[in-house]
Design a protein around this ligand. Structure first.
Ligand code: C2E
Ligand code: MG
Ligand code: MG
Length: 429
């Protein structure tokens, strides 16, 4: 342990003996031209796994060895602070020169030791200005820069206000989502019709989630659903969507409207055993026939080959619900798994469909995909049809269903019901 006998109580890290975050806060003074360097030793997720593998005692050796190496490189030129288990910070009075940062990277290229096991440090370096920031802000900026460095895969990164605002917005959205799910007046569903390309009739309606945030206004699901997917909140969010979409399906059925309802579900929802039972209960609660429901998953659902996921998919299909593979072609699709997908419908991603009129090669791919899917007994949906020409081409290629702004954008439930009621007059040419 590094001896720091002079440090007041509570200002020393117990593992390395280095001054800690409190000591940094007490000593810190904003300084024009000075820069903070934040060194993050490892990706916290990977470190957790490492901890599970080698135990706390060896992990402490790893952290202590990192401190010793850092001291050796900096050779007493600056005070090093151990901010949190994986983070070290120091201030360069005249800015952090790139060659010093490179020296640090080179030094940590050699593995550290954990007892007798050599373990590679996967450091990330963040650099932040100290001229007009208080201690807490400069540390936060340093951490944010180190995270940008890790995300970009580059050696080091300077603090960037833009990415910081994006991170802060993501954090705020995630914090507010829980309240939005409970509030029940911020989230609502729009529905986008899918059309039978053979008859031109509306065949189903896809529920698409909308969030009217009290401060930020309308937030796209493309922004907040992936955030929710990084946390357990995706389970409550999907529960909200299922309940409201199935209730709506029940209301339409009660009015005598013949219409399937498609619901987007995150692959993560299937990793919890009992998901199919949860859906089944909601269907009985609202008196909805399972054959009226399509569940849309993205290809990510199959990547893990998780037996729970496969069991849940089978259980859902066994009740009569249909499974659609959404955004087909954008993810991990390959020919080995297309032969045994536990799905009924393949939804070709709009990025392919949008190019079929302008790019003959995309047209060839889509046409071949439709043929292949049919031979393997899947029904095919094209999403993102934006022109009559694309619509006609897909109909000629015998694509089963189509969806897109050319026919209709997502609309609120009342507008959707109105469309179905006039189904005879509104068929697409
Ligand atoms: P998705 O399920 O593939 O839905 C299609 C998206 O494409 C929707 O965007 C729709 O508004 C948009 N779209 C439809 N036709 C066209 C077109 O002709 N051109 C173009 N450019 N876009 C078209 P939206 O509503 O913003 O949803 C984005 C994604 O967010 C969805 O993609 C889905 O992955 C996710 N999402 C939406 N609602 C939910 C939900 O309730 N649960 C989950 N897990 N994900 C959802
Ligand atoms: Mg979808
Ligand atoms: Mg899609």
């Amino acid at each position: 342990m590094i001896s720091r006998a002079t440090l007041p109580a509570g200002r020393q890290d117990p593992i390395t003996g280095l001054p800690n975050r409190r000591a940094f806060t007490a000593a810190y003074q904003p300084l024009p031209g000075a820069q903070l360097v934040m060194l993050t030793l490892a990706d916290p997720k990977h470190f957790d796994r490492l901890l599970g593998a080698i135990g706390h005692e060896h992990a402490e050796t790893f952290i202590r060895d990192a401190a010793t190496r850092l001291r050796a490189v900096l050779a007493g030129s600056v005070e090093i602070y151990h901010i949190s288990p994986l983070n070290y910070a120091f201030v360069m009075p005249f800015g952090a020169p790139p060659d010093m940062l490179q020296t640090l990277l080179d030094a940590f290229n050699q593995p550290l030791t954990c007892g007798v096991i050599p373990i590679s440090a996967d450091i990330a370096l963040g650099v932040a200005d100290c001229h007009d920031a208080d201690a807490a802000s400069v540390l936060r900026a340093g951490l944010c820069a180190a995270r940008d460095c890790r995300d970009s895969g580059r050696g080091w990164a300077r603090y960037n206000r833009k990415t910081d605002s994006a991170h802060q917005r993501s954090f705020m959205l995630l914090s507010d989502l829980c309240a939005a799910i409970r509030a029940d007046d911020q989230l609502h569903l729009h529905f986008q019709p899918k059309y039978d390309l053979g008859t031109g009739e509306t065949s189903s309606a896809e529920a698409l989630l909308r969030w009217r945030h009290p401060v930020f206004g309308n937030i796209s699901p493309a922004e907040f659903v992936p955030l929710a997917e990084t946390t357990a909140q995706i389970h409550q969010l999907t529960e909200w969507v299922l309940r409201h979409a199935i209730a709506q399906a029940g209301a339409w059925a009660a009015k005598g409207l013949r219409l399937n309802t498609a619901i987007n579900v995150s692959p993560r929802n299937l990793t919890r055993r009992g998901f199919s039972t949860q859906v089944g209960k909601l269907l009985s609660c609202y008196g909805v026939d399972p054959s009226r429901i399509e569940l849309e998953f993205t290809e990510g659902v199959l990547v893990s080959n998780d037996p729970v996921v496969l069991d849940e998919l089978r259980a859902l299909r066994a009740t009569g619900m249909r499974i659609a593979l959404d955004d087909f072609g954008t993810g991990f699709a390959n020919f080995s798994y297309i032969t045994h997908l536990p799905a009924d419908i393949i939804k070709i991603d709009k990025s392919f469909i949008q190019r079929i009129c302008s790019d003959p090669r995309s047209a060839t791919v889509v046409r071949a995909l439709i043929e292949l899917a049919h031979k393997l007994d899947y029904s095919v949906v094209a999403e993102g049809i934006e022109s009559k020409r694309a619509y006609v081409m897909l109909r000629e290629w015998r694509c089963n269903e189509g969806q897109g702004y050319f026919m209709s954008p997502p609309v609120d439930p009342a507008a959707m019901a109105a469309r179905i009621s006039q189904r005879e007059t509104e068929t697409v040419p």
